[in-house]
Design a protein around this ligand. Sequence first.
Ligand code: PLP
Length: 385
Amino acid sequence: VNRPGTYLDYNATSPVKPAVRHAILRALEEGGNPSSIHGPGRKARVRLDEARDAVAALVGACAENVIFTSGGTEANNLAILGLTRTHAIETILVSAIEHPCVRTAAEESSIQLREVPVDKNGVLELTALKEMLDHGNGCVLLALMLANNETGVIQPLAAASEYVHAVGGLVHCDAVQAAGKIPFSIADLGVDSLALSAHKFGGPQGAGALVLAHALPLGARLLGGGQELGRRGGTENLPGIVGLGEAAQLAMADLPDYSRLAALRDDFEMRLRQETPAIVIFGEAAPRLPNTSAFAAPGVEADTLLMALDLAGIAVSSGSACSSGKVSHSHVLKAMAVPDSLARSALRVSLGWASREGDLDYFIASWRQIRAQADRARRAVPLAG
Ligand code: PLP
């Protein structure tokens, strides 16, 4: 059966939920600048405040500590560069698996940067962190993501935050991939700030937030008309923010659906292993997001598989979407000590709100066919030679 449009790349971007699309269209029709004091402006302000409440509720924060941004990249940049401007940070510790927007922002700060390693399952080495904190001096900022975009592996935020706070440091958490997929609150994680992005959980691209645990002083990166309490200048992207708010509200209601996705993912991995016993599933032994499966079939280039799957109408990723297109291998798999020869074969399947069992049935059937073709081609080579 051909199923054109089998989308299995939710970690790259999720399709927009219908109710979100509807809310965005309404915001576009209503118009209004939230800073205007006339009727349309006041109405726009109400919509902005409703979205702020919804985002705050998703992560258990106070609404006044939500700063709207243009997405996850800006939220992470604002946290790293904004907090280092207002705090006497002497070292930035970044986990070895952070998204490039965290890593490069830390590099841009010109503050001493140290990398905290992960183990072979992709989980932060807490003992290494503790050692760095014990032997370091001065105030530190730790950047640790909640769930990795490539493997889905969930990080020990609460323990890491406790260690860092014990020495008077700060913790920023990139929660872009975890938000709306697993339940958590900013207080449970014990972090000082966290980044969200609407398009990872059914909202639009180009809308996100930096959420502070408390009223931390933060240096603005965008200077302007005092919006977002002076922490992020520029007229707010109201349709995007309304979409983010609606998506946040729906994500809270839809969280139980992730146990359905976990069952689908687990069954998928079991069937994949039956098809290809040599398959390696990355981070399998660690706690993972329920929707993510990163794996490699030794000996077959991921890009070859990706193209064959694409021809069959299946969208997956051969690494994080932001880094696909680059020739370099995944820094995440490298940090997990995965050899390059295996990393070259790594694919990621990620599910979401519209995923159905049939999508995975079709993937498995296509996988079988593509692998059989590849085997036939391999066998044909010596004959031809
Ligand atoms: N952080 C993580 C873990 C991500 O996966 C992504 C997007 O792929 C980002 C940050 C960047 O978010 P945005 O695309 O909203 O800029």
